[in-house]
Design a protein around this ligand. Sequence first.
Ligand SMILES: [Zn+2]
Length: 470
Amino acid sequence: MSTASGQRHAGRGRVIDLTDRRALADHEPADPAVIERAHRLKEAALLDFGIRDSAVASWLYAKCHHQIPTTAVPTAAVVASGDGTCLLLYNPGFFVALGIHGVKFVLYHEARHLIQRHLYVEEGLRTDPVFTLATEVTINHVVLTRLGRHELPRSEEDEKIGIDPRAVHRRYTEDLRAQGLSPLSYDEFVVTDLSVYGELKRMTNPPVPPPLCVHMDGDGVPMDPETVERVAQEVLGEVMRQALGGNEQARSELLDLAGRTEGGGDRLTRMWGNLGLAALRGETPRTRRVEWWKRWLVDTLASRLREGERLVYPKKLGAVLLALGHDPMLSRRGPERTKVVLVAIDTSGSMSDEVVEWLTTLVGQTEGVQTHWLSFDGQVMPFVPGERVLGGGGTNFQNVVDYAEGRLEVGGRAFDLTPDAVIMVTDGYAPHVTPADPDRWIWLITDGGDTWPETHRPPMACHRVTTGDR
Ligand SMILES: [Zn+2]
């Protein structure tokens, strides 16, 4: 199908350069409606990564400034091209058939491919088809685990997409038993990237599966080593910064990734050392267990932000831009593309700094999400995180509702955006309110507070916050 130079025979004998954005866009364009749906699925997946699933994938795609729907690839691929940029190519029909769960799986898989490429640079490893298989096994094991899935996504024809790590392990077990050797259990088998490789090497006949992933299709995807190096290093650096800043998701993902490269040699040990792994390992998390309300907020917020239907996409804009040869990513910066979260903090009662700090790491650093901060008591006061917020007397929720809905001016200015989600942090003691769109309101009620919003008519998302070691 493809040649070593990163060109791809794209049907009818044509060859297309996977780094030529114009050619990719022009290549047998898909139906604009399919492109639009695929685009929306991709955006939804990236938001989920940013908010709860994977800091690594979120940052990687933030660095892929060009994200192009094209029929020139059968599935999806991250391409690192010679001009120092990264591109995400995805087949729109493939994405639409997969649905959101499948798209997340594939995008996370592709992100991990680029990171793996960065971690294991040795030529001898890379040209070994057994290492290619080992890579697929470890990547899919991680993706399934982190996304909380038990099965690979399925195609329209109900075929599993990708290499099933458990199926490979079953074949390995049979092969070793037939040789009179003792196989490792699945959990031992998948411990590190190199343990999978080493164990597969013990087989008489390591399986050579059909190329399900574009990366397995020869050397078809351009992976300029300098670009891979730079982008992956930047991604890991950003994730480390988030992890050290208290983001638990980033921390666990990074510790897991570091653990998987155990035994990978001096280069990897040095790389992790330079990134600051020791500090991350040595740091005692402020809270040992992830509190349930945090988990609840992450999921609730993600579901509020994900509903694509709430966004107005100019019809066929993607297709028009493509036809004009414009970068479809330009539209990402338009105001209709960014999700708006308003966080309103009640300063009239006792407010834990820890909660505010945690909210800052949750919503303050997510790609594609714009966060506005508000403190309130009797008055409403926008603020910037880090500023000292002083509380006054009295509490008035209606002022916050009026401000969020654009009716109340503060300092001569009205809030002219429509928030996709409003997070209220309060003890709940004030006259009750009914916002115009109660579905977008999320109430975090502090200790000893009143959880009236959950029994209000209509009810609103509401959860009690517990802090400290309670
Ligand atoms: Zn793959």
